[in-house]
Design a protein. Sequence first.
Length: 412
Amino acid sequence: MRELPVKFDSRDPAVVADPYRVYAGLRAAGRLARGAAGQWVVSHHQDVSRLLKDRRLGHEYPPEYHEFSTGAGPANEFLKRIVLDQDAPAHTFLREIMQRSFSPGLMRRLEDYVATQVDRLMTEAQERAGAGGVLDVVADLAFPLPVTVVCELIGIPDVDRAAVRPHAVELAKAFALYVPPEERAAAHEAVTWLRDYVSALVDERAMRPADDLISNLLAARAARPGFDRETLVDNVVFLFFAGFETTTNLISTAFSALLQHPRQLALLRDRPELAVPAVEEFLRYDAPIQATARYVREAVEIDGRTVRAGRILVLLLGSANHDPARFTDPEQLDITRAPNPHVSFGGGVHHCLGAALAQVEGRAVLRWLAHAPATPTAAGAVERRPSVTFRAYRSIPVRLEPAARPRVASSP
């Protein structure tokens, strides 16, 4: 009898503290690990990248899965309606509509606006901190920048953004592989509050259309009677969340990594054109979203084992991005890395809707860093937001100090 694979426990504190050490152990033990009840876990790049595109796997889960993961409450219906957890044909229809508000062409046209927002936020943060003072990358930039941009795209008024933010943060809990019982109430309450808020916006846009995502969705609904109001509202809530969570974590990761790798920061400041590959490297090095799951619709074979229909496959994106079989020196941060076939945005028909937006905002921040007259230095301990699914931060204190720009070799 074959030996059973090792087990991956997503709730193990060691995973939150240092997931990459755990991932290395999983990869060394084999291509398939056991997860929670009914789950199998995949950690190698070759398998993860292939399975992300495998049509035998779906993103539409049976009701009992959501019940197990999040407990009874409004978050369950929300998760069943959003584009992320739909398969064709519903997914195809919803994605086609939403992609119009997150298309690469539109994102390119947003670049000047995003750059202006980065400059504004950092100028205001430095003015508040004063000469030699400390600012918080998360509170002053990584969170408000993507929230401002996605609110602009969706049509959320300036005056409401501060009220919306805390509920959007709580919504992140609903997307965990497993939501601890003590966090479930907050996730359900966040869904309820955001639904009520978006529903009022939808009513307003129905009377006064504008050039935003909500108005686009209302126009699509008028042409598609089967597109019900509840689905529209829940998908606006989801897109608001998707439009900032990944980018907030990407910007936070970039700052944190550069503070720990001053030579890489010096290289970026010496060669600002590296902002483009640097974004991809930060996405790989500490993926904003560490794992995604797929529902097995038809049996698949992995390393000689058959994973039966009805099971859940957990694809460890963060582990795949550190697989030495695919990346040279994967534990090394290298902003010149090319090619960089990371899987941080998933793949296949469920490739991240907000990918282009995250890249535009990430590049804008790195270009600001490359040209800024001050160099960021650590001003205290960073604080992570504990999560297995997201690599998120609560606080990254920095001090911006005027400094000469050293020329450095191109090696990391």
